[in-house]
Design a protein around this ligand. Structure first.
Ligand code: ATR
Length: 277
């Protein structure tokens, strides 16, 4: 059998066994009937350079990159998308003619999840409040601004980290302390939790969002549980909610399209498969 026609992609990380990416890409490969493969490959931090070079040599079309390689991958790339540069990390690599192109699709995955889950939602309709100031927050603040958010407020346990992000992104991005969040909510159109609080095994996210406007959208990047306490509270208040599972699915779309040449669709069956797997 000739194997050189099989388009190969992978996800690399350390550890890698919990990654849902093989399930997602495997579903799309089967659905589109593409002769392709997508596997999870564990690469230890000290082996990153050799590991990537091996994938390029073996003719891989590219790979997803997860913890702890996201920053290293950006630095190793020959060219970098504007969004990966701004976010300071890469999650998607495309190999072409022996060169590495680095992209970051977390932010666009976040936005496209909201657009699918709440079709009438617009970033441009009002202020966003982002809880957290880590890597996920950075990608989300960038994407909200790109999508037209007029103002983004960042609230974080460590205020200094929120200030660093706001300084990086400029005038449209401000900082509020955790204590100031309840007073800020009245003008918030989009409320986002980017911390791991509320995830199974993590501390609870204790926050009162009852002063959000009735038209506000609440979303959480935590998807285990799928309906977090934050989303339950929002639903109880009659607010629009979008869960975090779709961000994971939508961030995978651009990589699949770049490697396999078909733009895949995030559908209910995929959601169910990932939840079950
Ligand atoms: P990620 O890349 O997933 O965003 P990260 O960079 O480690 O992860 O960021 C985690 C975020 O969750 C940070 O904003 C962190 O707050 P600090 O900057 O103060 O560390 C927030 N976070 C994590 N555990 C928290 C907790 N117990 N209480 C409040 N915030 C917490």
């Amino acid at each position: 059998m000739k194997t050189d026609k099989i388009i190969k992609a992978a996800v690399i990380g350390w550890p890698i066994n919990h990654s849902k990416s093989p399930l997602i890409h495997g579903y799309w490969l089967a659905k589109a009937g593409i002769l392709g493969s997508y596997e999870a490959i564990g690469i230890a931090p000290e082996s990153f350079n050799a590991g990537i070079s091996n994938l390029v040599l073996q003719g891989y079309a590219g790979c997803n990159v997860t913890i702890p390689h996201k920053e290293t991958a950006l630095n190793k790339a020959d060219s970098v998308s504007d969004r990966a540069q701004a976010i300071g990390a890469a999650n998607t690599l495309v190999f072409k003619d022996g060169k590495i192109f680095a992209d970051n699709t977390d932010g666009i995955g976040f936005i496209n999840n909201l657009k699918q889950g709440a079709p009438d939602w617009r970033a441009s309709a009002g202020t966003a409040l982002v809880l957290g100031a880590g890597g996920a927050a950075r990608a989300i603040v960038y994407a909200l601004l790109q999508d037209g958010a007029p103002k983004v407020l960042i609230a974080n346990r460590t205020l200094e980290k929120a200030k660093i992000l706001s300084d990086f992104f400029g005038d449209k991005v401000g900082v509020v302390s955790i204590n100031e969040v309840p007073d800020a909510l009245g003008e918030v159109h989009t409320f986002v939790n980017t911390t791991a609080l509320g995830m199974t095994g993590q501390p609870e996210l204790i926050i009162d969002i009852s002063s959000l406007p009735k038209t506000a959208l609440v979303t959480d990047i935590v998807y285990n549980p799928l309906t977090t306490d934050l989303l339950k509270q929002a639903q109880g208040l009659g607010l629009i909610t979008v869960d975090g599972l779709g961000m994971l699915l939508h961030q995978a779309v651009p990589g699949f399209e770049a490697w396999f040449g078909v733009r895949p669709v995030v559908d209910v069956e995929l959601r169910q498969k990932v939840l079950a797997g």
